[in-house]
Design a protein around this ligand. Structure first.
Ligand code: THU
Length: 162
């Protein structure tokens, strides 16, 4: 896991050993997630969230949370971005940046969104951000260890159930 104190100034990368996106790309992706947050429809929680996904071919697909008067129908920003991306033909992702209005803590994706990300692999990067652009970089696997994914459905089952 990397923590970068401010992506707008001199980067302070605590784990230099990790290789990933360039600082420029990370900054762009975080900016796109902050822009997406502006479209959040959250009249009930008033908790704005934006997400920006970077696809394998370097397209950026954004999403925001969209709530509903029937509360349980609300959709998180991350899931919204992923559903948009899949519906446009993308299934391979390099990274997702997530933005909220938290200035003192990194936004952390909910369990449902972690599972939704995991559907498309466990090795890609998740940038949890604060409003100043600083971030914590994690992988899907770090956010959801020992996860259940599509491969598990094809694992050999006991003969009793075959
Ligand atoms: N929310 C997200 O969009 N992503 C998350 O990972 C955490 C929560 C949204 C859902 C709801 O609209 C609001 O934030 C409050 O939970």
């Amino acid at each position: 896991m990397d923590v970068v104190k401010s992506s707008w100034g001199v980067a302070d990368i605590e784990n230099q050993s990790s290789r990933g996106l360039s600082q420029e790309t990370v900054k762009m992706l975080i900016c796109r997630s902050q822009d997406a947050k502006k479209h959040a429809y959250c009249p009930y929680s008033k908790f704005r969230v934006g997400a920006a996904l970077l696809t394998l071919d370097n397209s950026v697909i954004t999403g925001c949370n969209v709530e509903n008067a029937c509360y349980n129908l609300g959709v998180c920003a991350e899931r919204n971005a992923l559903s948009k991306a899949v519906s446009e033909g993308y299934r391979s992702f390099k990274a997702i940046a997530i933005a909220s209005d938290f200035c003192d803590q990194f936004i952390s994706p909910c369990g449902g969104c972690r599972q939704f990300m995991r559907e498309f692999g466990s090795k890609w990067e998740v940038y949890l951000t604060k409003t100043d652009g600083s971030y914590k970089k994690m992988t899907v696997d770090e956010l959801l260890p020992d996860s259940f994914g599509p491969e598990d459905l094809t694992m050999k089952k006991s003969d009793r159930y075959s």
